[in-house]
Design a protein around this ligand. Sequence first.
Ligand SMILES: [Fe+2]
Ligand SMILES: [Fe+2]
Length: 198
Amino acid sequence: MTFTELCKRVRTHIGQDHRYAHCVRVARMAEDLARVHGADPAKARKAGMLHDLARLYSEERLLAECAQRGVPISDFERANPIVLHAPLSAELARADFGVTDPEVLSAIAKHTLGAGEMSVLDCVLYLADGLEPGRDYPERAPLTEMAGRDLPGAMRATIESSLRYLSSKHLPLAPQTAAAMRTFGAHTMTEAPTGGHS
Ligand SMILES: [Fe+2]
Ligand SMILES: [Fe+2]
């Protein structure tokens, strides 16, 4: 399947112009970041195009399809089914879109919560999803600038930005995101070390 054919199939599957446009922007940004940071641009583009296949599913459908397709559901995910769209999108990419590359599938599966172990490709998709130009929040510009030159630094800062968001909305922290925090040295305001860097 050519990339153009893949895009058409994704557009039909998603069935909403707004979400599809987000996937196009994420694919473009992931491709650019991969080029800068030495990951495979074609894999990044494919992961970006496919990352939100299940994003518009209802909570009931996410839980039911994960169960049906053998995607494991943790306690956190059962309580917050929206995050299941990431591993379920990876499974849809594999089973229905013919993606066999484990690196692409890993990046899709980790794009929402992150993980303790993240490859360059995983990071590139995570950042592209959070920083694509359609997103509108004050930290986006400086984080995007950092993503273009310092991948681990941008991961740390982007995770910290999402922690501030979670805390402002009183949303719970997933174990996978806590693991990513440790990997990239991200801190919440209350956990910030007292000495060292400013
Ligand atoms: Fe997503
Ligand atoms: Fe997304």
